[in-house]
Design a protein around this ligand. Structure first.
Ligand code: MG
Ligand code: MG
Length: 621
């Protein structure tokens, strides 16, 4: 049985009406009305209730009620008078649940018996209004800041109209073990609020107010937290309460859709942890099979020359279409210069670009079903190589993700392409990672997409210095490492990332990284074919000689080949970059020796080299 899903109005941008419409359009069952959203609205509580009815939403919670318990003297009576007024208002709104957060007032008294007595009296008042009070331990509460403590109080209060509210941010930001939730009976949990957040070491209040994000976008163990809650037998809603500066500045409709996806994802993941049945097939094993490039016929000779210089061989042509297959090792590149169809439309909108990637999965229908559960659209596209009617998903920047069943790839290639007879040498190249650039507002959205659909895991975000500003780079990879994606985004307008998004009219794939067991050999091979490699200045190689203690001969070889170097204590990483094609996309070649990262310390060197060519006439970036 699926739980009901909710979202707090504070999570979304816009007016209260816009927030409610967005929550309804995304498919939420209900909302938490954030008090300030109501106070600032011209809508009276009964108008809000009518609008909720029209939109098919319930008001699941009214929040927050602050600074209640343990107030001294006259402030105590004031707190009860306030509660009475809010209970009356809740009657007009049509909600039974109120969130009461732990007291932050400097006047608050911490004496336990006093707090328990306040809640018992409040419980009686709530009972007379048929209201349930939920007590939430704020991570920065004055006396109560731990859900274990809040539960001890609620247990002592022992009132049918007083329960506990669990908020994953408040618990997980303090590192409170989630198995402590097992002590709480499910029927004493009044409500559950979920939020994730990037792992940052900062003041809890500031972290919470600006950096919360949806489960599946951050680094907190929200899935295990939800599993513990479900194990209690809790049957109330799962609701999102997000304070995030980027969410406030972006479309409420898009954020709400991500929110619903995140709840589908986290509920699914939690049920899997509990070995319970779920509505969706599991995240699949996945590996890349091909990358498709959409270009005009005028661009084909230059792109073919580039592919050839990088060690690719044309191994197939389509008998009736301007489509060809290029291979090196296990890497397949497809050039699509058709004058109609998806690739053509994509090129008209975005210029020469990577318009699709093909991924091999064990069962494509199961992945399509998982995508549907997560609200990710499947599109029918007969332009897939092989015309095998593969389901495709909408991916980054409107590109497509083709799903190819395990064992279907060979038939796809054989069925569609006439071998060109060109000798195909056994190159060792394989796809290491796909690097995408997205709008900063969609950066978290695409993380959720890859993580929820394919079960990719997040490793540490890198802050990369572009000569024109900061670029955020988030690596994601499948548990077996077969699919790696990096998402890059920048707020600074002049960075290569931002220029890419501007020229491309949206996000897209910026480079494809290919792995080789011997980058010096691969570089030598490419040099023999006059490949256009991004130059790296001598200062860089002097620096790494000093930093890593590499011998002169090796440094000379790396410098000669324009190879960048990093080591992480476990292994080494060597990388070099091709120059970009029409300032749009480029290739990276890497030698990865047990190294888990993506050469983040070298990214600023690469970006500075690319920056030097940015304004040169006829010179790709
Ligand atoms: Mg909360
Ligand atoms: Mg890369």
């Amino acid at each position: 049985m699926s739980l009901q899903f909710g979202i707090a109005t504070v999570s979304l941008s816009g007016t209260l009406e816009e927030k409610l419409r967005a929550a309804s359009a995304a498919g939420f069952d209900g909302v938490e009305i954030f008090e300030n959203d109501l106070i600032a609205s011209p809508l009276r509580p009964r108008d809000v209730r009518a609008m909720l009815d029209d939109l098919g939403l319930t008001c699941m919670l009214y929040q927050p009620f602050r600074d209640f318990e343990g107030m001294p003297g006259a402030m105590r009576q004031r707190a009860f008078d306030r509660a009475k007024a809010k209970f009356d208002l809740m009657g007009e709104l049509g909600t039974r649940h109120i969130l009461l957060c732990s007291n932050c007032s400097p006047h608050a008294l911490g004496e336990r018996n006093r707090i328990v007595a306040d809640f018992q009296q409040l419980g009686d008042l709530a009972a007379s209004h048929d209201i349930i009070v939920g007590y939430e331990a704020l991570a920065w509460g004055r006396h109560v800041f731990d859900h274990r403590d809040a539960w001890a109080i609620v247990e002592a209060v022992d009132h049918p109209h007083v329960g506990i509210i669990l908020d994953s941010f408040h618990s997980l930001s303090r590192g409170i073990p989630s198995d402590s939730i097992r002590a709480i009976p499910g029927d004493k949990i009044a409500f559950v609020q979920l939020a994730d957040a990037p792992k940052l070491d900062m003041d809890l209040l500031y972290w919470s107010r600006h950096f919360r994000n949806f489960p599946g976008q951050g680094g907190l163990p929200v899935e295990a937290y939800v599993a513990e809650i479900l194990a209690t037998g809790y049957t109330g809603p799962l609701s999102l309460e997000i304070f995030n500066d980027r969410f406030r500045g972006w479309s409420a409709d898009l954020i709400a859709a991500d929110g619903l996806r995140s709840l589908c994802h986290v509920e699914d993941a939690a049920l899997r942890l509990l070995d319970r049945p779920t509505a969706a097939p599991p995240p699949p094993h996945v590996r890349p099979e091909f990358v498709e490039f959409a270009v005009s016929d005028a661009d084909v000779p230059a792109l073919e020359a580039m592919f050839g210089s990088l060690g690719f061989t044309r191994t197939g042509i389509h008998p009736a279409k301007a489509v060809s297959r290029w291979q090196a090792g296990s890497v397949n590149l497809v050039i699509n210069a058709e004058r109609h169809g998806f690739g053509h439309d994509f090129r008209l909108a975005h210029g020469p670009s990577i318009c699709a990637v093909g991924l091999v999965v064990p069962d494509r229908d199961a992945v399509a079903a998982r995508a549907a559960h997560l609200g990710i659209r499947t599109v029918d596209d007969s332009d897939a190589p092989g015309n095998l009617a593969f389901p495709a998903l909408r991916g980054i920047g409107g590109s497509l993700v083709y799903l190819i069943g395990e064992g279907e790839a060979a038939a796809m290639w054989d069925g569609e392409f006439t071998p060109t007879g060109a000798p195909y040498d056994a190159s060792p190249l394989a796809i290491d990672h796909l690097a995408a650039v997205v709008r900063i507002e969609e950066y978290l959205s695409w993380q959720l997409y890859w993580r929820s659909l394919f079960g990719l895991q997040q490793s540490f975000q890198a802050d990369v210095i572009d000569p024109s500003g900061l670029v955020l780079s988030q690596p994601l990879q499948s548990p077996d490492g077969a699919l790696r994606v990096t998402l890059n985004a920048s707020e600074a307008l002049g960075t290569l990332s931002s220029r890419f998004v501007e020229h491309n009219l949206g996000g897209g794939y910026q480079h494809i990284a290919l792995s080789t067991p011997d980058l010096l050999a691969t570089a030598g091979h490419m040099a023999g074919k006059d490949a256009d490699i991004l130059p790296i200045p001598p200062n860089y190689h002097e620096d790494i000689a000093a930093r890593f203690g590499l011998d002169d001969q090796r440094i000379a070889a790396l410098a000669q080949a324009n190879i960048l170097y990093d080591a992480d204590g476990v292994g080494e990483y060597l990388q070099l970059y091709s120059r970009a094609f029409r300032k749009r996309f480029f290739f990276e070649f890497v030698e990865r020796d047990h190294y888990q990262g993506y050469g983040a310390p070298n990214a600023s060197i690469r970006l500075a080299s690319q920056e030097r060519y940015k304004n040169a006439a006829n010179d790709p970036e």
